[in-house]
Ligand binder design. Structure first.
Ligand SMILES: Nc1ncnc2c1ncn2[C@@H]1O[C@H](COP(=O)(O)OP(=O)(O)OP(=O)(O)O)[C@@H](O)[C@H]1O
Length: 624
């Protein structure tokens, strides 16, 4: 590493237009720092970490990006963690929205800006890997005194940009070390790793987005084409290009004489303008063909190897460049709950408003509709959430509820722990107490709970003094509390106190976002298993026809079973638990037949079976 004065001298030389042995991307960045951003290399600027609220805003906007990138980033970090690298995922504005690091190094990492929330925009921090990758749209290594600002010349950083399926730069993957004793060339491998990771993130994003389309993977060699292709395209049923990874933009736009920036002109083009291939011949390139049969031709010449995956049926979801402002009324934790169902969206909006207030919230919904999930989302949407303590009033024996909730004073009763015990209400101090099945709370305790809400203090069993508590109460019930009030089982005064801010979760059978919800759950299960799952059309139809008495819980269980039984990635009807088929019994089948205007062929198509199967089933069901 050169001394600071030598560093400044070198920048001066570059500014004067003298030749430099530095990487051209670094030199260009230095020139931007000097000429465009008017930065002064002799002024050291400390790393800048954005404030917490701002970071949350960046993270909310990047939520989908973070989710889709997770598997690729986990894999990268596994490879580099042993070499003291920090991994940062930055958004398109240069702010780190995810990081992987050794927490023992936190103070040094925070000081150096290798941390969550660090802002590495080039016009603020001078030449750095994240900032330069964002501006140049190229992978780059910025090693030690490649950095413009002397404050950062201990660091070595390699970064690669990530583009969305329409060619917009949406993120940067960076790995950095606080210190490196070795020369710049040692970062070659780091650079390759971030490039490969950015490519995998783009592919994961394209796969997620391309689910209504064919996915065409391309490579110069048939090896690894299915797992790690060099480039990939989404092609719709009419043979038009709908999206692609960045490598595909670069390779294909050059082929037809477009510059990289006009690569978006490829979107919407028929695939046969690029290859000897159309919607009808894509099928020939499906997985399982020999390498020789997967050679893709253009103008009669062999060009690349291809692997085509047919359209899946889930709704498209993708990393999109965030709009300037997030939905201010809808924190991410709540936005995630709705896949577009109107009732759910309205409910999430209402919940977002309650989260800003100190009101007891009551959640109503049939069993398994996601009452606890909603309670946690309201909690997470608060500006200072604190602890979340969940208590199921129906699950704790009546004689224990009181001491569990309120705690007890030392020696309060025989058998109690000598030193007394802090109750769950106190454990929720500064956060949220979630009382599930509040209708099952014994009457005597209801009055004590009312006191806690009114006086904001709690008196442990056997204690003389009360202690102040600040809690947000969220309660939940599967049956309307009014019925219990009418039967004298629930205190009317508590009921009125709880019944002001009510969130009513719809049963699953009434939700219009069934498909999106099933996909979200499949993604979650897939992330746990490091797999990707999708529903075949027929399986999706079968699920949608089920009545779902157990609501989202039942759906989640059914999908867990199906993912265990299926041959990944596709879940077929046979992989679904038997009960799911039950709703296609006689009534269900007749109703669906009526929906198809009595047309058996149409019904067979809907169910993904052939006509004879429908006839056979109808006959069997009608004669039983
Ligand atoms: N929006 C959602 N996305 C993904 N999974 C969900 C969602 N809502 C609920 N679930 C899943 O459904 C199951 C039931 O959710 P939860 O426990 O919140 O329901 P509940 O209404 O509180 O149930 P109960 O009435 O039995 O107390 C859980 O496995 C949860 O992870």
């Amino acid at each position: 590493m050169s001394s600071i004065s030598a560093h400044l001298k070198e920048i001066e030389n570059v500014a004067a237009g003298r030749p430099s042995s530095r990487d051209g991307l670094v030199v260009n960045s230095w020139l931007r720092c000097l000429n465009e951003y008017r930065l002064d290399p002799s002024q050291r600027g400390n790393a800048y970490i954005v404030p917490g609220a701002k970071l949350r805003e960046h993270q909310q906007q990047a939520e989908e990006l973070i989710r889709i990138s997770r598997a690729a980033l986990d894999h990268l970090y596994e490879q580099v963690a042993g070499h003291n690298y920090v991994l940062l995922l930055s958004d398109a504005r240069g702010v780190s929205v995810a990081h992987y690091r050794n927490p023992k190094l936190d103070p040094a990492l925070r000081d150096a800006g290798l941390y969550l929330g660090a802002d590495w925009a080039e016009d603020r921090t001078g030449t750095c890997a994240v900032g330069a990758a964002l501006v140049s749209r190229q992978p780059i290594t910025v090693h030690q005194d490649d950095h413009f600002d002397p404050a950062h010349i201990g660091l070595t950083c390699s970064a690669a940009p990530v583009f969305d399926t329409l060619g917009e730069l949406v993120a940067v993957v960076d790995i950095s070390q606080l210190r490196s004793a070795v020369p710049r060339s040692s970062q070659q491998l780091a650079r390759h790793l971030v490039i490969a990771t950015a490519r995998r993130v783009e592919l994961a994003n394209l796969m997620s987005q391309a689910e209504g389309h064919w996915l065409l993977r391309l490579s110069r060699s048939p090896d690894f084409i299915d797992s790690d292709p060099e480039a990939a395209l989404a092609v719709d049923g009419d043979g038009r290009i709908r999206g692609m990874t960045h490598a595909a933009f670069t390779a294909l736009s050059q082929r037809i004489g477009l510059t990289e920036h006009s690569g978006t002109a490829l979107i919407g083009q028929p695939i046969d303008t690029l290859f000897d291939l159309d919607a009808d011949t894509l099928d020939q390139y499906r997985r399982g063909q020999s390498a020789r049969d997967r050679i893709l031709y253009a103008g009669g010449q062999p060009r690349l190897f291809a692997s085509a995956e047919p359209p899946a049926t889930r709704a498209p979801r993708t990393i999109r460049r965030p709009v300037a402002e997030p939905r201010a009324d809808m924190p991410a934790s709540l936005a995630r709950l709705t896949g577009g169902d109107e009732t759910m969206t309205r409910l999430a909006r209402r919940a977002a408003r309650f989260a800003q207030r100190d009101l007891p919230v009551l959640i109503q919904g049939e069993t398994g509709t996601g009452k606890e999930v909603l309670a946690r989302a309201v909690h997470a949407a608060r500006s200072h959430p604190g602890p979340f303590v969940a208590v199921n009033c129906a699950a704790i024996p009546e004689h224990l509820i009181e001491s569990e909730l309120f705690g007890y004073a030392p020696n309060a009763f025989t058998g109690a722990a000598r030193g007394g015990k802090r109750g769950l209400i106190e454990a929720a101090h500064g956060g949220t107490l979630f009382l599930d099945e509040i209708g099952d709370m014994p009457l005597a305790l209801q009055s004590r709970l009312l006191r806690v809400l009114a006086e904001r203090c709690v008196t442990p069993v056997g204690a003389l003094e009360s202690r102040p508590v600040a809690i947000h109460l969220i309660s939940a019930t599967h049956a309307p509390l009014a019925d219990r009030v009418a039967r004298g089982e629930f205190r009317e005064d508590l009921y009125y106190r709880l019944n002001a801010a009510v969130l009513k979760l719809p049963p699953l059978r009434e939700r219009a976002d069934f498909d999106a919800l099933a996909d979200t759950i499949l993604d979650e299960i897939g992330a746990e298993h490091g797999e990707r799952y999708q529903l075949s059309r027929a399986a999706r139809r079968r699920l949608a026809a089920h009545h779902w008495p157990g609501n989202v819980r039942e759906l989640r269980n059914a999908l867990s079973v199906a993912t265990a039984l299926c041959e990944p990635p596709t879940i077929e009807v046979d992989d679904l638990p038997d009960e799911i088929g039950a709703s296609t019994g006689r009534i269900g089948l007749e109703a669906q037949l009526a929906e198809c205007g009595g047309n058996v062929s149409e019904l067979a198509r809907r169910l993904g079976v052939d006509r004879t199967t429908v006839h056979r089933r109808l006959k069997r069901l009608r004669t039983h």
